[in-house]
Design a protein. Structure first.
Length: 119
């Protein structure tokens, strides 16, 4: 009988260990559609609030996490690079990143209250 009790406790502990921690940060794929949309939104924000002469563009999403609170937090870490497109002109997705330009590592956190629409 003792063996059965110990075995069931171990199985429960194993199952719980694989579940996301409520209130903790959990990994989400960089290929997730919400993560991609939020990264683009973050780069647009970055371009709007900084006085660079040239637009910056998303190079790569390094890491993404979500957290369930009284809503959902998304934390996204990504690299951006300087493009050849001057900010005095309208931005285009065809803007290319300048070869050899230094990359910047950015961290953004987004919060969505319960019941709100996500990106």
């Amino acid at each position: 009988m003792k063996f059965i009790i110990v075995l069931s406790v171990c199985l429960i502990a194993t199952v719980l260990a694989e579940e996301p921690i409520l209130g903790g940060w959990n990994a989400v794929s960089a290929d997730d559609e919400t993560v991609k949309l939020l990264a683009v939104e973050a780069v647009n924000h970055h371009n709007n609030v900084n006085n660079y002469a040239f637009y910056k563009k998303l190079v790569k999403i390094e890491e993404a996490q979500y957290q369930v609170v009284a809503g959902i937090n998304y934390k996204i870490k990504f690299l951006i690079g300087q493009t050849e497109c001057a900010k005095k002109e309208a931005y285009s997705d065809s803007c290319l990143i300048l070869p050899g330009s230094p990359l910047e590592l950015c961290n953004y956190v987004f919060y969505y209250p319960l019941g709100s629409q996500k990106a």
